[in-house]
Design a protein around this ligand. Sequence first.
Ligand code: GUN
Ligand code: FE
Length: 434
Amino acid sequence: ATIKAWRSAILHCTANPAEVGTDQAFEYFEDGLLVEKDGIIQALGNAEEQITLLDSTIEVEHHPEALIVPGFVDTHIHYPQSDMIASYGEQLLDWLNNYTFPEESKFADKQYASDVAERFLAELLRNGTTTALVFGTVHKQSVDAFFEAALPLNLRMICGKVMMDRHAPDYLTDTPETAYEDSKELIERWHNHGRLHYAVTPRFAPTSTSEQLAAAGKLLSEYDDLYMHTHLSENRQECSWVQELFPDSKNYLDVYDQHQLLSERSVFAHGIHLCDQEYNRLSETGSAIAFCPTSNLFLGSGLFNLEKAELHKVNVGMGTDVGGGTSFSMFNTLNEAYKVIQMQGQNLDPIKSFYLATLGGAKALRLDGKVGNLAIGSEADFVIIDKHATPLLSKRLERAKDIKDTLFALMILADDRAIQATYAMGQCVHQRDA
Ligand code: GUN
Ligand code: FE
């Protein structure tokens, strides 16, 4: 067995700040030690205490000017949209038709898909994100390409084939039957294969018939712990369209509910324009919302109401939603989240936002205990942050009052340049200066 240790300032969340208060929600070691054995965290604590317990032959990597945090968790992202990021001028429905669908058609080509998947994963790791819930395209080979790229990196990743049988170009649609068969084949091949998991992925209500949503529900009923991943209530026009398409549904969420798509492993991206009934149903079923601030601002969709979600005890994680979102960086995503909350007259506490990007995301994906923090027994997925990555960051962090202020300055000023190294299961999967 190989044992390795890292000495640095170390920060992680241990509970939900909305439940226990911010000061009870995290642990911070100014001079900490993280010990890993066979990919699992063996010890975490004060360096001086921990080092006395450690075999003197064990290698200790010392980073006195860094901060170690858990790998970030991105609860909503589209890998096929990597290269169409920053597409100008449209809101959701025209953006889909003019930019997204033509780009996604290219993933019929397996080689193209593999090339994008590799660059996508490298970009996530450059930004310190080690776990993500990921959209593929309608093509089953897009999901093979993704998982084949993720497997050798030993990352905890969730992906699924898009189900879409109407209101999209012919070259991008499946049918209820082919969606069911193709998804099933992928589930058998990839679900719970190592650290990989499958998500049944109807794109959103407008692009699936009721028959197809029923096929999604059938798949979920046939396996124990599949995820369900879709979009919900992102854009006003989209919401009215859903009411026209499904006149018998009580609200947008009810369309999914009527097809048995709500469970503890269901993740809905956006959830901006929700009524109290919808918050209640999300809460009752243990479903989660992916809060995607850069996308919601870029596509002019609206402002996510985090207070309401918390009030109704709905699980929330952060999503970049690339390519509707504009950055792979969780720092950048939290920066925009802070502004979205400011626009609603509130403050997003830095510890809370750090929670949403780590343990909160892991809880939303039911992966807490495995990833999301650095508790003993969890998987050694973590990031080394360089406090001196840029002159401005370095200067600002010199005058940080405490760890909360350090965290706040990081989320406003930092980006991929501050990610010095990223580890998955104790193995280095990205090194900035390599
Ligand atoms: N709603 C349906 N499809 C999409 C998509 O690809 N991106 C976003 N942001 N919203 C969607
Ligand atoms: Fe999305």
